[in-house]
Design a protein around this ligand. Structure first.
Ligand code: ATP
Ligand code: LTN
Length: 330
């Protein structure tokens, strides 16, 4: 069975963008692939996090993984920091990555361009830890949203270079970007990605939003004055975004939705989108409430860390032997 690996970085509450672009697909894949999914809590702290808030977000993220349908019997689910080999392989990968490559990463460049002060060294070396996260488990595919494609490509380059230098060690993974929903945009600014870091923004729907709040956010989504429901990301980014959201959640092709709503006003169309969103959130939130009060989270993380650590220690030993830092047989 082919293996798939992905991580999510809950530096805030998980959003509808995370769900459509990532989580929902993981659930679909777990029947046909061996899924390895983890909470990238080390990646979270590349930007300061309030410790209490971070703890809540991490726990909610695990609960939401389970609530959306990830099954710990089928998938390995774990917390990145509980598998110590990630940080160690991260350092080794940093030693096999050039400064020039990191300088080209748009996620870092964007932060720098915004003149954010006190950018950490961790945010700069972020892609090298991500490279380690991936290569540790030899996945065939890495499903991510559009924004992470560049990091997966860097991971492939690093793996290839490592294999050339030290002999075949890592499988070269393929990024897997969903065709619909890879980039859900902000409802208040549809030219910008819906992002969980935009606290208190009306443009971002959180999976744990009050249902009425979520409905209102959709109803007040920014559109245009063309007055026709059409899929045109350049001239009608707001309407196109709503079409993508509806299509991903209702599993209806965009073409069909355009046909259905071709004579509707924007108000009517938004109402339909809001209903689809609320229906999905209702199911997720009901399951979440049961999970968060049970001990399923503890059990899941214990088992996940055990399984992941077994694979990770085998891989790290192999890497360390290849590069010559191991001098004892273990
Ligand atoms: P931030 O919002 O702080 O920039 P993020 O949501 O991109 O962070 P993660 O939580 O690690 O960071 O993202 C998890 C996965 O969800 C990634 O594969 C990412 O590409 C995907 N994702 C995040 N936002 C969206 C979005 N708006 N549309 C589609 N996929 C998304
Ligand atoms: N950087 C990713 C989260 C992440 C990840 C990974 C995704 C960390 N390690 C390994 C895929 C594979 C993000 O910000 N979404």
């Amino acid at each position: 069975m082919k293996r798939m690996l992905s991580g999510i970085k809950p530096s805030g509450q998980l959003t509808l963008g995370n769900y459509i672009g990532a989580l929902k697909n993981f659930v679909k894949y777990q029947d046909d692939y061996e899924m390895v999914v983890f909470i990238a809590n080390l990646h979270c702290i590349t930007v300061y996090q309030d410790p209490q808030e971070l703890k809540k977000n991490l726990k909610d993220a695990v609960a939401l993984y389970l609530a959306v349908g990830l099954d710990p019997e089928k998938s390995i689910i774990f917390l990145q920091s509980e598998v110590l080999q990630h940080a160690q392989l991260g350092f080794i990968m940093a030693c096999n990555t050039y400064l020039g490559e990191l300088n080209r990463m748009t996620q870092f460049k964007d932060k720098q361009a915004k003149n954010e002060t006190n950018l950490s060294a961790g945010i700069y070396t972020y892609p090298t830890l991500m490279t380690a996260d991936i290569l540790m488990y030899d996945p065939d595919f890495v499903p991510v949203g559009e924004d992470q494609k560049q990091h997966v490509e860097l991971c492939r380059d690093t793996a290839q270079r490592f294999n050339n230098k030290y002999g075949e060690t890592f499988k070269i993974p393929e990024p897997l970007i969903p065709t619909v929903g890879a980039r859900i945009m902000s409802l208040s600014n549809p030219t910008k990605k819906m992002s969980k870091s935009d606290h208190g923004d009306k443009g971002c729907i959180y999976l744990l939003d009050d249902l009425n709040v979520a409905r209102k956010k959709v109803m007040s989504a920014v559109t245009d004055d063309l007055g026709k429901v059409n899929f045109d990301t350049v001239n009608q980014p707001g309407i196109s975004n709503l079409l993508q959201i509806h299509s991903s959640l209702s599993h209806t092709p965009i073409k069909e939705l355009v046909e259905t709503f071709k004579d509707s006003g924007y108000g009517e169309f938004k109402k339909a989108v809001a209903q689809v969103v609320v229906d999905e959130l209702t199911i997720i939130q009901e399951r979440y409430k049961q999970i968060i009060t049970s001990n399923i989270i503890e059990e899941t993380l214990d088992n996940g860390a055990k399984k992941a650590s077994y694979l990770a220690s085998k891989k790290l030993n192999k890497v360390q032997r290849k590069i010559g830092i191991e001098i004892r047989k273990r």
